[in-house]
Write a protein that binds this ligand. Sequence first.
Ligand SMILES: Cc1cc2nc3c(=O)[nH]c(=O)nc-3n(C[C@H](O)[C@H](O)[C@H](O)COP(=O)(O)OP(=O)(O)OC[C@H]3O[C@@H](n4cnc5c(N)ncnc54)[C@H](O)[C@@H]3O)c2cc1C
Length: 500
Amino acid sequence: MMAIGMVAKGNGWTPKFEDIMCSMDSLGKMPKGAVVEMKEAMQLARRFNRAVVRPYALELDRKMQQDPTYLPWEFVEEANRWGFYTMWIPKLFGGKGWNLGSMIPFVEELATECLGMANLIGVQYFGISILFSTWNVRLIDMICREVVEGEKSGKPCLVSGAVTEPEAGTDAEEVELLSKARVRCHARKVDGGYLVNGTKVFISNGHLSTWHMLIAYEDLERPEETMVCLAVKNGMKGFSIGRMEKKMGQKGCPASELIFEDCFIPDDHVCFNAEQMKGLRRSAKETGMQVIDFVVSATRPGVGAMATGAARGAFQEALRFARQTEVEGKLLVNHEWAQCLLAEMYKNMTLARLTYMECAHINGRYGLASLMNHKPVYYYSRSMPTSFFDRIMPASNRRAITTKLVRKLVMDGQKEEDAMRASGWASLSKFAATDLAMENCRLALELMGRAGIRQDRRVEKILRDAKLLQIYEGTNQLNRLNLFKCLIGPYAPEARVFEE
Ligand SMILES: Cc1cc2nc3c(=O)[nH]c(=O)nc-3n(C[C@H](O)[C@H](O)[C@H](O)COP(=O)(O)OP(=O)(O)OC[C@H]3O[C@@H](n4cnc5c(N)ncnc54)[C@H](O)[C@@H]3O)c2cc1C
């Protein structure tokens, strides 16, 4: 394994500066505008929270408890009107071109009020990240422009990401586990495309999406070498949407079953397969995993940000309660034990935020968003109007040579060391922040007694919602192992990770 970030010295190690303080190291390297955008995105989210999320969060949760098949179209249409489904699509592809790093403080804000609604917006960028991670510029252009059209016409065009299967969850996201995973979604190469059979489950926004970025396998015995990513559109013959899961939390955001029965996907909907990646320096297996790593390195800090929002939501409700409630003749907020507990909660949400912010810097420099963060690219894209790109880009985006060049630049250009750093930190942020969110829910309930479990006090909902964060995007246990693999493993060469 390659040594990253640290220099082994006997039994110890000396971390590189960028590994322990990436954000500090990034000062001057990241465009200043990207940091300004983070604040602007937060302010926008606060306005949206006041106008839409807070007034509707409990009502939607109750509605879904009464009718688990209800689809929250009115919320999706509102988010579409506010422009959130195109905000983080680069202008090159018709979007508003906000820096990807600004999305995570945005979802933190939304998540303080409702994790389900934060995910109804955030998970759009899970689907889009899968698409971008294949670096198939023609399909990125085609699908993103449909999303933009959906915004203009008022008919939302959402994109889901479909990896999980009935018998394969976390293991579908790890190359070492994928070789042993019980994946069943088969893509058989036929004349002019693929014939797909299989099922995907727990696909967020599946029922609400127009496009689905599907991960399937040409050979189920060798999934790690034969992974394909296909762009599936509603209405394709052989594709249908099945049940909606009845789940514990984040009820507003549907988790859907996608069913493929002899579903023909034409060649021009193939985002990537081993054939397309020939000529790149990594093997088919390594390239497939690089794609998945690009995705989870970008989206796991997003889960960390949602968790920070949950930790903050629980803190805010606890503080509100402590300021309103008298115990033994004085306000709870004046009892020292309550002050210590609130201080602990404040510390938890701050630690959670620090992990995702640090991770955002790391990903901005080494991961999916790194290309757009080069200062010349960033300022050029930011200063030119979208209409300028609309005139010049689509023709070149459609050319096969563009995809080839971009893949060479980005995929071959990413060093293993950087990919490992981005992946390890994404896992750190994901499990640290989600565990802290759960801890804050526990502390809030401790402080609030019986009031805490009442629906209108919101904390019981935050707890139900936050639990799901520890599971999706790879369970926290598996993310711990991934951190070990990426950040510690290189210095403990005798250790075996994911091998049993
Ligand atoms: C609300 C929600 C939304 C979701 N949205 C999406 C989506 O949009 N798209 C999508 O593709 N998926 C989605 N998922 C699926 C999600 O990514 C998976 O649930 C997650 O990756 C965990 O997989 P699993 O549930 O199969 O658990 P498993 O991976 O089966 O884990 C079960 C237990 O076994 C442990 N375990 C598993 N493998 C190992 C191992 N090798 N060694 C040691 N222990 C192991 C785990 O840590 C855990 O304790 C969603 C899930 C939820 C709950």
